[in-house]
Design a protein around this ligand. Structure first.
Ligand code: 5GP
Length: 172
């Protein structure tokens, strides 16, 4: 497997993430939100995004996996790590790499909503609306992309390619 082409350059990613950070800064300036990153794919997006948020905030992480080792979702979502923060009455922003079928984020949002947050919003770097199965949309979206399997900037294929500084499409 190799990269067929670059879909989003490092520069495009950083420019758009700065815009998302500005939007979040305006909306959450006085709310001390809890940013919750979904492991492991959101790791780079999470760190770059939160560095663009200049107000008080907290971090936490949740682990969920739906993909096996391939490029198709298994449809089964597993919680692999829960959050440590008490979310009762808190303003939560879920930070995820990609919204595809929506099954993973449906599961994660239901799980976190049951913890009684004051508000719960979804921020995704990439949205692939063509493949949606769950009725779910994100509140903050970096890029809407076509239905192609992408890797890089946290996204993997068989646990590889996460460390590419750009988002690319794999050779079939
Ligand atoms: P969903 O449950 O919305 O179908 O998928 C969400 C998860 O599937 C993401 O967190 C991500 O791990 C994985 N995923 C979905 N589409 C892609 C893709 O194009 N590339 C990679 N590497 N992972 C994807």
């Amino acid at each position: 497997m190799e990269i067929e082409r670059v879909l989003l350059t490092q520069e495009q990613l950083q420019t758009r993430i700065a815009e998302l950070g500005a939007a979040l800064s305006a909306d959450y300036a006085d709310k001390t939100p809890v940013f919750i990153g979904v492991l492991k794919g959101a790791v780079h997006f999470f760190t770059d995004l939160t560095l663009q948020f200049p107000h008080p905030c907290q971090y936490d992480f949740i682990g969920a996996s739906s993909y096996g080792d391939g490029t198709q979702s298994s449809g089964q979502v597993k919680l692999t790590k829960d959050v440590m923060t008490d979310l009762q009455g808190r303003h939560v922003i879920i930070v995820e790499d990609i919204l595809d079928t929506g099954l993973t984020l449906r599961f994660v949002t239901d799980w976190l909503r049951s913890k009684g947050p004051a508000s719960l919003k979804l921020c995704v770097l990439l949205d692939k609306p063509e493949r949606r199965k769950a009725k779910l949309s994100a509140d903050y979206i970096g890029f809407t992309i076509p239905n192609e399997f992408v890797v890089g900037y946290g996204l993997d294929y068989q646990e590889l390619y996460r460390n590419l500084p750009y988002v690319g499409v794999l050779k079939p």
